[in-house]
Design a binder for this molecule. Structure first.
Ligand code: GUN
Length: 296
């Protein structure tokens, strides 16, 4: 035994997201040249949650970068569910809008399920509706949930095989963990273990993972003793931690105790700069796909 640390490779989500944006930008340019419709994304933001505002700003900036049209719709957090649904119906019927999202979380008096199901599935570029969610297991998936799609795309572009591998997903949310586990099994041909808040002895499962994906939102949850030597570690956690030691008063932290885990991993994503930028790249890809379907 030597005590030389494993050399790991950093999975650079910013770089891959930049490549995907360049590919999308070229396609938008081609569409413009041949007189086809330019993709149009609408974004609905309710309230003034700081983190949501930051995510939405990134989405708007990315639309500008790739040449998409965009519409930003903001509403006070006092808006009623009925009123918000009226706005959603309006966007559903707007022929110029190819795709739209309602940024989450929503205020407590509004039902996320009810709102999500009001989104027309062919414009649901977050891939959140039951119709798109269910299509993951079909031969022809429709609009895939953006963050899981980003994770799959990162693995694909880094030539990390999933077929026959044991993927352990920690966190069973409807936005990330649940759809991602299905996608890894269906499209990635992986053996999947889905862990959640009721899982007993989490380390027993994580330490067996060839590919460990965590999407919980608890900084420091995954420590080095929970990870197998040579594992691929994908950190979807994004928690805003406040403190005077951070520039701007806060830092974004993943679920993984980065340095010690990186020393055991073969590949690892940083936070920020790993999965985060891929969510936006997938949103843009979905919007392009929705546009191509509506206006070939
Ligand atoms: N809030 C956190 N992540 C997401 C996302 O991917 N889409 C939307 N609409 N809201 C979010």
């Amino acid at each position: 035994m030597t005590d030389t640390p494993t050399t790991y490779a950093l999975i650079d989500g910013r770089k891959v997201s930049g490549e995907i944006k360049s590919e999308i930008s070229a396609k938008v340019h081609e569409r413009k040249l041949s007189g086809k419709k330019v993709p149009h994304l609408a974004i609905i933001l309710v309230g003034d949650d700081g983190a949501s505002q930051t995510y939405v700003d990134h989405k708007v900036k990315s639309c500008k970068e790739v040449g998409f049209h965009y519409t930003m719709m903001r509403f006070a957090d006092t808006i009623s569910e009925e009123k918000l649904i009226k706005h959603i119906d309006h966007v559903n019927d707007d022929e110029d809008v190819d795709g739209f999202i309602v940024q989450l979380p929503l205020p407590a008096h509004i039902s996320v399920e009810r709102i999500t199901e009001k989104i027309r599935s062919d414009k649901d570029v977050d891939g959140f509706t039951n119709h798109n969610f269910g299509s993951i297991t079909s031969k022809n998936p429709l609009l895939l949930p953006a963050t899981p799609y980003g994770v799959i795309e990162l693995l694909r572009r880094y030539n990390i095989p999933t077929e026959g591998k044991h993927c352990v997903v920690v966190g069973a949310s409807r936005i990330v963990g649940a759809p991602l586990s299905m996608m890894l099994a269906e499209q990635g041909h992986a053996t999947v273990t889905l862990c959640h808040k009721y899982t007993q002895n989490l380390a027993e499962y994580t330490s067996k993972a060839d590919i460990l994906i965590t999407a919980v939102g608890k900084p420091g949850l995954i420590t080095a003793d929970m990870v197998k030597e040579g594992a691929v570690v994908i950190d979807v956690g994004t928690t805003r931690v406040e403190g005077p030691q951070f520039k701007n008063g806060y830092a974004i932290k993943g679920d993984v105790d980065f340095k010690p885990v990186a020393a055991k991993a073969s590949y690892i994503t940083p936070v920020p700069g790993g999965v985060g930028p891929m969510t936006i790249a997938s949103l843009l890809l979905n919007t392009l796909h929705a546009t191509e379907k509506r206006n070939p």
